[in-house]
Ligand binder design. Structure first.
Ligand SMILES: Nc1nc2c(c(=O)[nH]1)N[C@H]1C(S)=C(S)[C@@H](COP(=O)(O)O)O[C@H]1N2
Ligand SMILES: [Mo]
Length: 232
């Protein structure tokens, strides 16, 4: 996203935040009010796609969708970038923070039907980490590896897009443990199960290795605008 789009989104949020109402529906999630929901449904993104993908309901704050956490202590963090690469490497949290840091504002879309708009994060683009490892010519996919064997995969081309990143900060505070602290992946334009929490490794592979949810009935392509929720 360019800087203009970021700024207009921030202003937009400031103007509208006061009108957001928690009605606690559907069921579990604090959704924004109905009038606001309709208004948002009419908006388009800078790329021309609807701001809110089909079948999604906008909620007010990020949810904790569970999963089995790794250690939440930055001192324990290690990131292994490996696989079909020329220069694999292994870094700790301090070394991770020495990579160029960027701010990101993005929307996230959970396959269960909620969408959170304008989440603000800080972290490192995946492309920077990938470039450091120098993928070999046959590297086509990235397996994002997380604590206790959770994995998810995305095409390497997707991983290299400038809006895909590893985050350590959410809304100006260290990423909360339940949301994947100290470091999680964020792949904004795919359903949120592609955004692995408690990340431990990035493995470049030549053939795709569909991950935890992708082998349990969820779509491997996971495009929210095509409603690719389930595999078939
Ligand atoms: N390591 C790990 N990452 C994970 C999961 C998980 O179970 N383990 N769940 C995924 C799913 S299904 C979703 S919807 C999002 C939820 O992120 P949140 O809890 O921050 O909302 O994390 C994704 N990343
Ligand atoms: Mo999910």
């Amino acid at each position: 996203m360019n800087e203009d789009a970021r700024l207009s989104r921030r202003e937009f949020l400031a103007v509208t935040a006061g009108t957001m109402v928690a009605i606690g529906l559907p069921g579990l999630f604090a959704t924004v009010g109905e009038a606001r929901q309709t208004e948002l449904a009419a908006q388009l993104r800078p790329d021309g796609r609807p701001r809110v993908p089909p079948g999604q309901t906008v909620i007010e704050r990020i949810e904790d969708m569970g999963g089995r956490p790794g250690s939440l202590r930055p001192e324990d963090f290690r990131l292994h970038v490996h696989g079909a690469v020329e220069t694999p490497f292994n870094i700790d949290f301090r070394e991770f923070m020495e990579f160029g840091q960027q701010d990101f504002i993005c929307d996230v879309h959970c396959v269960t039907g909620w969408t959170l708009l304008d989440a603000t994060w800080r972290g490192v683009p995946l492309s920077v980490l990938v470039d450091r490892a120098r993928p070999s010519a046959d590297g086509r996919f990235m397996v994002i590896q997380a604590a206790h064997g959770y994995t998810t995969s995305i095409p390497l081309d997707e991983a290299r897009k400038p809006d895909v990143f590893l985050a350590h900060t959410l809304f100006g505070a260290p990423l909360p443990g339940p949301n994947g602290g100290p470091v999680r992946a964020v792949v904004p334009d795919r359903y949120f199960y592609k955004s692995a929490k408690w990340v431990e490794g990035l493995k470049i592979v030549s053939r795709d290795e569909p991950g935890y949810w992708e082998t349990r009935g969820y779509s491997n392509s996971a495009d929210p605008w095509k409603e690719e929720r389930y595999s078939r």
